[in-house]
Design a protein around this ligand. Sequence first.
Ligand code: SF4
Ligand code: SF4
Ligand code: SF4
Length: 165
Amino acid sequence: MPRKDLQPLQIYRLLPRTNCKLCGCPTCYAFAFNLISRSRRVEDCPELLKDEFGESFRALKKMLGEGERIAGSDHVLDRSRCTGCGDCVAVCIRALTTITKNGRLAQRAAVPPPLKVMDGRLQVVEWSSCKRAVPGLDICNLCAEKCPFSALDLVKPEEPDQEDS
Ligand code: SF4
Ligand code: SF4
Ligand code: SF4
């Protein structure tokens, strides 16, 4: 199943469900949302590191992949898969007729590209230029869709609208 189709309940079922808060989340259900948005990593739940939850730990790692959030962006990069090919950078520059600057649309030439390959890995160098930085324009997925190595994903921070009991 693609990572973008993961549901919090699928994740939650694999968690210890003690609501101990050691991960910094108020509930295990909230932690499930944070795993999907990549705001937390599986390793942030100390309970999951115990032998008794080894099977759940491995299943979660498999479901969520190895990607880590690039700080200050919606981009999640699996560094082990990123070759630095630059396809995502090129598709972003080519496809966007307008990008964003300080919360408003601007001509592409007026703002620097959001993505750049540095030291052989993708970096987000101008988050404010990304369409996803503006509410209502967060539907762009081009860079992740065009990555030939499935190294890139895009997620939004999400807050759970319900808690488990
Ligand atoms: S540390 Fe683990 S068990 Fe405790 S609330 Fe967080 S996810 Fe649940
Ligand atoms: S994220 Fe994908 S498309 Fe972008 S540089 Fe890395 S491998 Fe290439
Ligand atoms: S989400 Fe769209 S605008 Fe943002 S970096 Fe990727 S392709 Fe460019």
